[in-house]
Design a protein. Structure first.
Length: 241
């Protein structure tokens, strides 16, 4: 009976995720700006997301990114988990935490979302709520607000093709106990990393790269943030994005 209840919960969770992503896609088509930057974008003062990022303007609504970055994709990082059969762990889309109150336990659900256009734009967002649906919606909005331009290139001495399939030079990022080191790779290598890192780099448009990690990498949330910091550090040198 317990196993049947677990299967029902997993299926219900998948339906919620699918419904939220469809809702986000529809909402992007009927966007009404609520900020000064949003009105500028709608008037055409900013033609691309790069113009907004270079200007230093603060993005406060996800509709701006939907408008300027067509074909934006969303992926959920499964950061939650519950004990599975045989002592394993069954990954879930949201992580459930609890705090004690005089009336009993108060539960909170946290979701982590990654968005990207697979062509140099990527963002991550985290949000919490008491419901799966609301947590995922809020995290998706935060991911769109936090988008960055990933600097790509061909920094491998084995290739030297001058394309943008990899990164131009080594980069490193840290978050918590986890450190992530990115190394440029020649064309055809692929993404040498685990599935979580592959998801983020695929949405960022990086096709060939070596990734070295240290620390408690089973903590997916910290791993994604360390990787995001490594991608951001690529933009800290002089040169065009």
């Amino acid at each position: 009976m317990a196993e049947e209840n677990e299967v029902i919960e997993v299926e219900a969770e998948k339906e919620v995720v699918k419904e939220v992503l469809q809702k986000e896609e529809k909402r992007g088509k009927s966007w009404i700006p609520r900020t000064k930057l949003g009105n500028k974008v709608l008037k055409g003062e900013y033609a691309t997301i790069d113009d907004v990022l270079r200007s230093g303007e603060l993005i406060l609504e996800g509709g701006i990114v939907d408008h300027l970055v067509p074909g934006l994709k969303e992926e959920i990082i499964y950061i939650g988990g519950s004990p599975g059969k045989g002592g394993g762990i069954r990954r879930t889309a949201t992580k459930r935490t609890a705090r004690m109150h005089k009336s009993g336990r108060r539960f909170k659900l946290t979701a982590l979302i990654v968005v990207g256009n697979e062509n140099g734009v990527v963002g991550i967002g985290k949000a919490s709520s008491r419901e799966h649906r609301i947590a995922i919606e809020k995290a998706t909005e935060q991911a769109k607000i936090n988008v960055i331009r990933v600097r790509r290139g061909c920094g491998s001495w084995e290739c030297g093709c001058g394309g943008d399939h990899s990164i131009p030079f080594k980069s490193m990022g840290k978050y918590g106990s986890i450190s992530v080191r990115l190394l440029p790779a020649p064309k055809g290598t692929g993404t040498v990393a685990n599935s979580t890192v592959k998801t983020v780099l695929s949405l960022a448009g990086v096709k060939d790269i070596w990734v070295k990690t240290r620390g408690q990498t089973s903590t997916r949330q910290n791993l994604v943030y360390a990787l995001f910091n490594a991608l951001k550090s690529l933009n800290m040198t002089k040169g065009e994005l």
